[in-house]
Write a protein that binds this ligand. Structure first.
Ligand SMILES: Nc1nc2c(ncn2[C@@H]2O[C@H](COP(=O)(O)OP(=O)(O)OP(=O)(O)O)[C@@H](O)[C@H]2O)c(=O)[nH]1
Ligand SMILES: [Mg+2]
Length: 454
């Protein structure tokens, strides 16, 4: 994420509070009159711009509108931005740390405003720029303060000079200076205890430190940075006032702007003091510290387009929707293909069934033809059998008669009569047998035809 997007995101809550209200004002704007100016002041005060600063902005606007005959909402909006930028700007180099080495930075501020975290962030930034850094844990008052700084030091890879808890902060600074001089360190950053409950004590302590620095490190360039919690509102102004009464503050670090809707305090600090804001903290991470640039700050504050994160999220969301639609299309076409395949298989199966049925019908036809053939064959056979039998049966009595005549000729009339009598009886018997046999043969022929076999 770019510096500017991070800044915009960090200022999001202030923007929502101040800039969106200003936008609403400009949407219903007709002209810069007393009503409009009053509304403008109220909106600024709501985001923690002090009364003095709000009136100053509105007075300047009134004057410019008159002088330059400004009347469009867009021009008025741009003028409010320009006035704010002018208030914040303390000169081209004022907002930067000096690039000269060796540099000694003393970091001061009340409890919990973010001194130790800011020191770590600045140290990491300087290290990235190629400057060597050492840290001095001169907050010997709070338990675990030195430990906290040591953890940061290890994380960013810088040395931390520390003494045991309760020891003299000036003594730790003394050691730090000697270490920096010995190692040729570019920047020495000194953490201090955050207590302002006794102004005199603090003043004494800071004066003692000053004396050590002047004596032991006269060649050092100096920065005394006051850390202010950006979410403390108007109290921030009184903190700046009190600290500036006891020491020479060269810059302000304004922290926790990410958690507040009252970032307007930056404008008031800049307006009421000649001290430049040098860094702003927009989060707890090491990269969440930004060098303060008035023009960028104003742009980020008044920029009404979404933050880069929001844009990224929107792009991602749109991509997700597109992907979903594509997936649905793919699924649909896959379903269609499957359906087509199923239909093809069904058609194939139907065709196969039809073929099978045809084959069966053909087979049945063949079987019937075979049956008919065998029936025909059986009928013919039966007919042939019957004919043969009839022939044989027809032949048999003739042969018998011939035999009988032959034997009568040889055995006499009695024999002939007997024989003749017997032949008559036999004839009768044979006639009955013939009738029975024919009946049976007819029956057999019928069943053979029925079952297709003899
Ligand atoms: N959201 C947010 N939190 C911050 C920022 N700067 C510091 N903090 C948090 O504020 C808390 C206090 O920070 P410290 O750095 O310990 O503050 P300090 O001034 O050293 O505190 P003392 O040593 O007790 O005086 C910590 O939880 C930090 O993470 C910031 O810019 N944004
Ligand atoms: Mg601390």
């Amino acid at each position: 994420m770019s510096f500017f997007s991070k800044l915009k995101e960090g200022l999001q809550r202030t923007k929502e509070n101040m800039v969106l209200s200003l936008e609403e004002m400009f949407n219903t704007y007709t002209r810069v009159d007393e009503g409009f100016l009053e509304e403008l002041e109220d909106t600024l005060i709501m985001s923690d711009v002090s009364m003095n600063t709000a009136m100053k902005i509105s007075d300047e606007l009134k004057e410019t509108v008159k002088r330059r005959h400004i009347d469009s909402a867009q021009q008025v909006r741009e003028e409010v931005k320009a006035i704010t930028a002018r208030i914040l700007d303390k000169g081209e180099t004022a907002h930067r740390l000096t690039g000269e080495n060796p540099l000694l930075i003393l970091v001061i501020g009340v409890n919990g405003v973010g001194k130790t975290t800011s020191i770590a962030k600045i140290a990491a930034g300087l290290k990235k720029q190629g400057r060597s850094v050492q840290l001095v844990a001169a907050d010997t008052f709070r338990a675990a303060a030195a430990e906290q700084l040591t953890v940061w030091g290890e994380r960013i890879g810088v040395n931390v000079i520390r003494h045991k808890e309760g020891s003299d902060p000036a003594a730790v600074l003394f050691d730090g200076i000697h270490s920096a001089v010995a190692k040729g360190t570019d920047v020495l950053i000194c953490d201090t205890a955050g207590r302002l409950h006794n102004k005199k004590n603090l003043m004494n302590e800071l004066q003692k430190m000053d004396r050590i620095i002047e004596r032991e490190f006269p060649q050092a360039h100096r920065e005394t940075l006051l850390v202010i919690d950006g979410s403390t509102g108007q109290n921030a102004l009184s903190q700046v006032r009190q600290f500036s009464e006891i020491t020479n503050i060269t810059g302000i670090i304004l922290t926790k702007l990410d958690g507040t809707a009252k970032g307007g305090i930056v404008i008031s600090i800049a307006d009421e003091f000649s001290i430049p804001v040098k860094f702003i903290g927009v989060g707890e991470g090491l990269e969440d510290m930004q060098p303060f640039r008035p023009d960028e700050f104003v742009e980020a504050l008044f920029d009404s387009t979404g933050s880069e994160k929001e844009e990224e999220e929107q792009i991602l969301e749109e991509a997700a929707v597109r992907e979903e639609a594509e997936d649905a299309l793919k699924e649909e076409s896959a379903d269609l293909q499957e359906e087509e395949k199923e239909q093809e298989t069904e058609q194939k199966e139907e065709q196969e069934t039809e073929k099978e049925e045809e084959n069966e019908i053909e087979a049945q036809g063949e079987t019937r033809a075979q049956e008919e053939e065998s029936l025909q064959a059986a009928g013919e056979e039966a007919r042939e059998g019957m004919e043969e039998k009839t022939l044989q049966e027809e032949k048999a009595p003739q042969e018998e008669m011939a035999e009988a005549m032959e034997s009568a000729e040889t055995e006499g009339p009695l024999a002939g009569e007997e024989a003749g009598a017997e032949t008559e009886a036999e004839k009768e018997e044979a006639g009955e047998a013939d009738a029975r046999e024919e009946e049976q043969s007819q029956k057999k022929g019928f069943w053979s035809r029925f079952f297709g076999r003899k």
